[in-house]
Design a protein around this ligand. Structure first.
Ligand SMILES: [Zn+2]
Length: 276
């Protein structure tokens, strides 16, 4: 089974768009991908009265993005796994309630954190503790930018700090193509962190380096669709000079373990019940 752990939508108003989802599924299947992980909905919007922006979304936007993710999973449970998008700058009571709503009572199976606050921020701690209790993975954005980080964008060194503070949580650090060689070395001492292969365009030798330093079980395939192309991003793994065994792990087996795809299926939750 081939699993893409890093996929978005770009639905205006966070509304479910059957055409957008059908295109995503068709192109992923064309590229031989069997399952994808919906992280959050990417939409641009101006800062609101409380100062929230798309980089640090309001509680209402977080809920809308998670409603969309739950709808996508409910419509296509055989293809989509969904993560609960959170902003650690919010009141922890809201954040923990959102985890209960979307993961415990809902159909989402992990947490997505982007660039609202740095990974070193103590405001991540309550949600990380809950992730440890629920045994669900946390996918966290990371990048090294020579021209300055965007907002409170974390570096791989900051992801390493998060991993050290929360050794029981499986962390997926996004964007091998963004953190590159230095990022691989940052997370190497922390076995609870894997890196996804997304970020920028394929660079010769980078996947090979990550496999050599971390072991093939600590690398997972991610595309960052629709910002990047499923097939091109998958080819960084299929075209790498690594063993077929390593490729099978990166393209699916490692993610299946992290996502607990072997766990008992979710209790039947009707759409009416979930979106009422
Ligand atoms: Zn992304």
């Amino acid at each position: 089974m081939i699993i893409d752990v890093h996929v978005h939508t770009r639905s205006p108003g966070h509304r479910y768009d059957p055409e957008e989802i059908a295109t995503s599924i068709r192109l992923a299947r064309q590229a031989g991908i069997d399952r994808v992980v919906q992280l959050h909905n990417l939409v641009r919007h101006p800062a609101n009265a409380e100062g929230y922006t798309e980089l640090s979304p309001s509680p209402a936007v977080v809920q809308q993005s998670n409603d969309l993710a739950m709808r996508i999973v409910a419509e296509h449970p055989d293809f989509y796994t969904g993560f609960c998008y959170l902003n650690p700058a919010h009141d922890p009571d809201f954040t923990l309630a959102e985890i209960e709503r979307c993961v415990v009572a809902g159909n989402l199976r992990g947490i997505k954190l982007w660039i609202a606050v740095h990974a070193t921020d103590v405001r991540l701690d309550p949600l990380m503790q809950r992730a440890a209790e629920l045994d669900i993975p946390v996918l966290h954005h990371a990048w090294y930018k020579a021209d300055g980080q965007t907002g409170n964008e974390s570096t791989a060194a900051e992801i390493a700090d998060l991993a050290r503070r929360h050794p029981r949580v499986s962390i997926i650090m996004a964007h091998l193509g963004g953190v590159r060689w230095r990022g691989v070395l940052d997370i190497k001492p922390y076995p609870n962190v894997v890196v996804d292969t997304s970020g920028a365009q394929p660079v010769a030798g980078l996947v090979e380096y990550a496999v050599a330093q971390l072991g093939p079980e600590r690398v997972v395939y991610g595309s960052d669709w629709p910002l990047r192309n499923y097939a091109v991003q998958k080819a960084r793994v299929t075209g790498a000079k690594i063993s077929d065994r390593a490729k099978a792990g990166i393209l699916g087996e490692n993610a299946a373990r992290l996502l607990h795809l072997d766990r008992a299926p979710l209790p039947a939750v009707t759409k009416e019940k979930q979106y009422a």
